[in-house]
Each structure stands twice: as structure tokens, then as C-alpha cells.
Design a protein around this ligand. Sequence first.
Ligand SMILES: NC(=O)C1=CN([C@@H]2O[C@H](COP(=O)(O)OP(=O)(O)OC[C@H]3O[C@@H](n4cnc5c(N)ncnc54)[C@H](O)[C@@H]3O)[C@@H](O)[C@H]2O)C=CC1
Ligand SMILES: O=C(O)[C@H]1O[C@H](OP(=O)(O)OP(=O)(O)OC[C@H]2O[C@@H](n3ccc(=O)[nH]c3=O)[C@H](O)[C@@H]2O)[C@H](O)[C@@H](O)[C@@H]1O
Length: 441
Amino acid sequence: MQISVIGTGYVGLVTGACLAEVGNDVLCMDLDAHKINRLKQGDIPIYEPGLDDIVKRNIAAGRLRFTTDVVESASHGAIQFIAVGTPPDEDGSADMQYVIAAARAIGQSMQEYKVIVDKSTVPVGTAEKVRAAIQEELSKRGSKLKFNVASNPEFLKEGAAVDDFMRPDRIVVGVDDERTANLMRALYAPFQRNHERLIVMDIKSAELTKYAANAMLATRISFMNELAMLAEKMGADIEQVRHGIGSDPRIGYHFLYAGCGYGGSCFPKDVQALQRTANECGRELKILGAVEAANESQKKVLIAKIAARFGNDLTGRHFALWGLAFKPNTDDMRDAPSRVLIKDLWERGATVTAYDPAAMHEARRIFGNDPRLMVADSSMAALEDADALVIVTEWKAFRSPDFAAMKSKLKAPIIFDGRNLYEPRDLRAEGIEYFPIGRSA
Ligand SMILES: NC(=O)C1=CN([C@@H]2O[C@H](COP(=O)(O)OP(=O)(O)OC[C@H]3O[C@@H](n4cnc5c(N)ncnc54)[C@H](O)[C@@H]3O)[C@@H](O)[C@H]2O)C=CC1
Ligand SMILES: O=C(O)[C@H]1O[C@H](OP(=O)(O)OP(=O)(O)OC[C@H]2O[C@@H](n3ccc(=O)[nH]c3=O)[C@H](O)[C@@H]2O)[C@H](O)[C@@H](O)[C@@H]1O
């Protein structure tokens, strides 16, 4: 099939590359000429395991191409995916300007019947707006061309994006006609494996399903973070509690890890956007207000522990930071807990040396050359002369360090662990003062 993908961020690029991988002829379009030039040469602007190979392979096979030309992309794909960003507006609602601009661009240039698919995470009712924008542009041209709009939200996780797309738990498709449903069934047939993964529903339900999934996952995390706080106060261990409740299949083990707060480009913005959607129709989602508030407090948990140990004034103190990305296997620092922590440490007079296996250049882009943030080229080098180590991201490489070497580098053997990487009793045995989340040290 001929497919166009508008927007080459995480989702657009992964969608384009994976659809090319199963034999489609894909043209990816972005307004960012610098990005497109890099992509044409197989230079991937994001860190995402496996993406590099699949993009290069499909460029070489001639199945994946890149352009900044709106007219070319509007005429190429029988299916036009819109995968542009939907960042939060000032009031937290999703900013739809990029989605609508992409829709208008299609309406201005299409020359035959098209199916336009909203892949971006968009509020309920967006498909109608996309339809209206395209129709308006067609009318301006005096065109009577037919088209259909579908919703196909994306559930991939950064760091596992290619695998999530190639082997999805489910593919949600919102349609209002059988012809589009069949087209989407054919498109996704190669991703079905042994049993049906495609869930076809009406468009508004598909749009809401995306927000419901992210909001539910964020709720689990905030719930566990609040319980962790309670466990800590009462001398219980959140890790044991997690095992205890996760063994109930109705609850399950996934997404029950307490930590220093959730971040990323999606949970924070989608939890907010769903609340705004509810407000707009006169409803209040009280649970999500609490989920968001709990997460904001959770991002302050590490600084509170550091202040309790070293005092509020950290002038002259120096901390090693392991992890900058909002989670492992990505260089993405959007809404990362590390950003809040670094600022909190600075405000109290401390300096930081950070190490992250992938996000160092992103940290430099965000913080510039501020002398209060140094970067090290290995996790061990970051520890040199630090008053303590603070762990913010659970990269695999941090899981089994050489504790003896760590002790020799740190000024004092103290670890604040925002991701509960180690067993408190093991660290006690190593003579390390250990501050995990929701566990007695
Ligand atoms: N990042 C993720 O892991 C996931 C993101 N999503 C959703 O997918 C959408 C896209 O997210 P990301 O890929 O992270 O976004 P991003 O912000 O990384 O990339 C968006 C891209 O769209 C381009 N763009 C903007 N307006 C355009 C236009 N009119 N024409 C062509 N290109 C245009 C931008 O230049 C940029 O390259 C969002 O709605 C997000 O919530 C959904 C699932 C996972
Ligand atoms: O809509 C999206 O963009 C995506 O948002 C999330 O994916 P992602 O943001 O890539 O990352 P997650 O793995 O969900 O982690 C989000 C945050 O929650 C934190 N987290 C996760 C799991 C957990 O048990 N505890 C916890 O604190 C992570 O550290 C991270 O900061 C969802 O998991 C994807 O299904 C969805 O497609």
C-alpha cells in the first residue's frame, strides 16, 4: 500500500519505518527540513533501540522515503497518517494546531480519495475537526473529492517502540464506515501474529481509549508512589507490597513500581488533557487531579530526602546523578524527574555531575553550559568527590555496580535511589547509607 506519514517524531518515524518493513511504500513528511535531511541519509535524530536498523534497511530497499514537500506527501499515500505533536496548551488542553494544519495541508493538495488517520494522541471530537478542516479546504478549491477519517491511536513505549509496533498487544481503530475498517484490517494484517489484535470501534471511543490507557497507567504509578510514602512512614516495604498485590491477576505486576515520579512526553500531558476535556463538558475527573498532584510531590521526594540528610542549605555540596532521561533506553528528557531534581539542587546551592548512557547531549541542549552541571563520560567517573550519589533513571548498566569502587570514589558512601535498584540489606552489608523509595533502609 502507498502510505504517507505526516510528522517524523517518535511516533511518525516508528510508524513509517515499521509499515515499510512489512512491504508498504511509505513517504514520511515533516516541515523540519534539518530533520528530513538527516533522515534521508539514514541519520536518526532520536535514540531508540532497533530504529536505526529498520530505517536504514527500508531506505535501502526503496520502501521508505522522506520529504518536506506537502504536495508530494498529500498525493502519495492512499492512507495519510497524521502523527504530529499535540503538546499541552497553556491551560493543559492538547494544542491541536499542528494536527489541524496537517489536515488542511492534505485538503489543499489531495487529488483523489484518501483515508486520513489520526495517529497523534488527540481529544475526543478531533476526527470531526479534522474532517471539517479538510472539507473546508476542498470546498475552497471547489473540489468534490471524497475522503474518510479514522482514529488509530498509538500505544508504543519509548525505548521499546519498534517492538511495540511490530508486536502490538492491540491495535485500536476507530471508524465510521466498513470500507475504512477493511482497509485498516488489511494494513495491519501483518502485525496480527497468532490471534486478532485489531479492535475496531467507533471513532470517539478510540480517541478516548488512548487517554484512558495513559491515565490508568499514570494512576497506578501515583497510587504506588503514595503507598510507598506510607510504607516508609510505617516501616513496611513497598517492594514486598508490590509482590503481594501484583500476584493477583486482576492487578498484575506491570506498572507498579514506586519511584521518583513519572515523566515523559505523554503521561503528564495526557493526564492533564483528559481533565481539560472533562471540564469542557462540565465534568471533573477528581481521581486524575489527585494523580497529577501526587506526581508533582513525588518529583520532590529525592530532594526532601537529600535535605533531611544534609540540611536545607546545600551550598558547597556536590552530587553525582545517575540518569537524566525520563526512563531507560531513551534520550528523551521531556518532563523528566531529573530536571526537577537538578533545579532543586541548584536552588539550594549544590552542583551536580551527571551521567546518562544516552541523554548527555539532550541535557546540554536543555541546560546549556551552566557550570553547575558537569557531565561525566562514565557512571564511575561521575562519582568522583561527590557527597552522595542520586539515582533517577533505572538504566540496566546501573543495576549491578562495583560497590567497593563506588565507595572509593564518593566522599562518603551515601546513595539516594529514586528507582529502588538495590536491596537495602545488601547495601547495609556494604556499609553504604542507602535511601530508597518506600523501603526501610
Ligand atoms: N512519544 C511517544 O512515545 C508517543 C507519542 N504519542 C503521541 O503521538 C504524537 C506525536 O508524538 P511525538 O512523535 O513524540 O512528537 P514529536 O514532537 O517528537 O514530533 C512531532 C513532529 O511533527 C512535526 N510537525 C509538526 N507539525 C507538522 C506539520 N503540519 N506537517 C508536518 N510535520 C509537522 C514536527 O516537526 C515534529 O518533527 C503526540 O500526539 C503524542 O502524544 C503516542 C504514543 C507514544
Ligand atoms: O502515549 C504515549 O506516549 C506512551 O506513554 C507511555 O510510554 P512512555 O511515556 O514511553 O513511557 P513509560 O514506560 O510508560 O514510562 C512513563 C513514566 O512512568 C514511569 N514509571 C513507569 C512504570 C512504573 O511502574 N513506574 C514508573 O514510575 C517511568 O519511569 C517514566 O518516567 C505508555 O506506556 C505508552 O503505552 C504510550 O503509548
